[in-house]
Design a protein around this ligand. Structure first.
Ligand code: 6PG
Length: 250
């Protein structure tokens, strides 16, 4: 695994533009090498401004972008809880209004029986690079205050999954089931981009990056791509408790 890259950007507009610049550079490289850019998006609040700005960003070769999701709630796409629904509202519909359609959009079916939805998505993913574990050019992730990423929550069964690429994960503390990428899929990625903002993430970020290795308690520690680059794009509030010199303030 390559050494992680760390960037601290505080101005919200500069942060959003930096996130898009990172995505665009990875897309240009992937498209040049393989003809397409395969990206998995996350949900939550942090990426909202990034998706909204991406809808009008210049220099995006959308017909070559293949959009997937790294996790989904067990709700229909019309739900306010839906990760696809959020990206559809902020990114896909504004693009469509400009006559732009990404090359591929594959959402997780949050509206059907979770194990079936996970199996369906895994079947689709396994067609991407033959029948093995597909390599995403970029998996965008966030982290929760409890150190979860995607829908890999502390002390949940999905953390131990070593065969399946996508599972239905029971999350007792949320009293729900979530659909999520597993570590075997995430750790096959060429690139992972963590977008982490705000004081509420400072303790988790410090534990994940500088605390003892305890993936059960801090699942984001399990993101260790075998042959991939992890990039952290954070603000100084989220980085406030870090002691390492790793963060280059930009
Ligand atoms: C989800 C996300 C989840 C998210 C973190 C951070 O389904 O909610 O995929 O993993 O990235 O919970 O969420 P915020 O950006 O809202 O803090």
């Amino acid at each position: 695994m390559q050494s992680p890259q760390f960037f601290v950007v505080d101005d919200p507009t500069a942060y959003t533009q930096r996130a898009i610049a990172i995505m665009r550079a990875l897309a240009d490289s992937a498209i040049a090498q393989r003809g397409c850019f395969r990206i998995a998006l996350s949900g939550g609040a942090t990426p909202r401004p990034v998706y909204a700005a991406l809808a009008t960003a210049p220099g995006i070769d959308w017909p070559r972008w293949e959009l997937f999701w790294s996790d989904e709630r067990t709700v229909p796409p019309s739900s306010l809880e839906s990760n696809f629904g959020m990206a559809n509202e902020l990114l896909l519909e504004p693009l469509a209004a400009r006559g732009i359609v990404p090359g591929r959009v594959e959402r997780l079916q949050g509206e059907i029986e979770p194990a079936t939805a996970a199996a369906n998505y895994e079947q689709t993913l396994r067609t991407l690079d033959g029948n093995g574990t597909p390599r995403f050019d970029l998996i965008h992730l966030g982290i929760g205050g409890d150190g979860h990423t995607a829908s890999l929550f502390p002390h949940t069964a999905a953390l131990a999954e070593s065969a399946h690429l996508v599972v239905a994960n029971v999350v007792p503390k949320l009293k729900t089931v979530r659909l999520t990428f597993t570590f075997p899929l995430i750790n096959a990625a060429r690139n992972v981009l963590f977008l982490v903002n705000g004081e509420s993430k400072a303790a988790a970020l410090q534990a994940v990056l500088e605390g003892p290795r305890d993936i059960a308690q801090w699942p984001s520690q399990g993101v260790q791509p075998h042959n991939g680059q992890v990039t952290w794009l954070v603000d100084s509030a989220a980085a406030a408790l870090l002691t390492g010199a790793a963060f280059a303030t930009t």
